[in-house]
Write a protein that binds this ligand. Structure first.
Ligand code: SAM
Length: 270
């Protein structure tokens, strides 16, 4: 027997925790500050908690939703908006370049499913040149990782790569009672604003990713030891970075400097 569109039940495997707190939803939308001619994209609209107020400000909206049972729910509510488009797809595989129209950079928003938030952020960072900003609800700990500086508890690969591309702002916390069903963890809202000009550019981005991943894979060791597997002879080189430090003590700028020394502009893959 088919259910009415409004009777959709939350599914754990899709990370469905629906927002129910009106004041909080308004706070989120005020932080996004949508303008009528924005090129807005919402990932995981669910039953439309954030979608509805977004459409009040900005009638052009693309949404990407994986759960096909939610499509009729969304259509029933928002079909009257001519420029409202639903893409039934997996955001992890979605090509966001499809949504750039008339050269307008994307503004991406979403109360993201927590189980895919880290890979999804890495996927979205690959579009940073076409993105104006991103506002996400995430597990509080993931927001802390995104915003962490060298020496802080949650500092690591996610924060370094996000800060390479973006300014990261931890905006505010959200308690479990704001959702139905309530998640077991606290949440927070983060704003990622891609830099118009990278403050610390590397010559070889794939090498920065390799360097950071290798350093943090053995985070208790000194860099001289943890980076041995890269096959670099550190004794023969005069590095500006103190290799007795550990992965967590190097800033983004330090990583970029080390990366550019190890793999200079003229480096070519053998
Ligand atoms: N935005 C709604 C709200 O705030 O009430 C729902 C948020 S809920 C935490 C996450 C939403 O993302 C769900 O609607 C879920 O079906 C959807 N979703 C889960 N995995 C997805 C994926 N890989 N791609 C796109 N949407 C996904």
């Amino acid at each position: 027997m088919s259910r009415k569109p409004t009777e959709h039940r939350a599914r754990k495997r899709f990370g469905q925790n629906f927002l129910i707190d009106e004041r909080l939803i308004n706070h989120i939308v005020r932080s996004i500050a949508p303008k009528p001619d924005d090129n807005l994209v919402e990932i995981g609209p669910g039953k439309g908690a954030i979608t509805a107020p977004l459409l009040e400000h900005c009638q052009k909206l693309n949404v990407i939703e994986l759960d096909r049972d939610l499509i009729p729910v969304l259509l029933a509510q928002f079909a009257k908006y001519e420029d409202f488009k639903i893409h039934q797809a997996d955001a992890l595989k979605y090509d966001f370049a499809n949504l750039i129209t008339a050269g307008k950079p994307l503004r991406i928003v979403g109360n993201l499913p927590y189980n895919i938030s880290t890979p999804l952020i890495f996927h979205l960072l690959s579009y940073q040149a076409q993105v104006k900003d991103m506002h996400f609800m995430l597990q509080k700990e993931v927001v802390e990782r995104l915003a962490a500086s060298a020496g802080e508890k949650n500092y690591g690969r996610l924060g370094i790569m996000a800060q390479y591309y973006c300014q990261v702002e931890n905006l505010f916390e959200v308690p479990p009672e704001s959702f139905s069903p309530a998640p077991k963890v606290d949440s927070a809202i983060v704003r990622l604003t891609p830099h118009t000009q990278l403050p610390h550019p590397v010559y070889h981005l794939n090498k920065l990713e390799l360097l950071v991943r290798t350093a943090f894979s053995q985070r208790r060791k000194t860099l001289r030891n943890s980076l041995k597997s890269l096959g670099v002879n550190f004794d023969d080189n005069n590095f500006n970075i103190d290799l007795k430090k550990r992965a967590e003590n190097l800033s983004l700028e330090d990583y970029v400097q080390l990366c550019n020394q190890l793999w200079p502009a003229e480096y070519a893959e053998p």
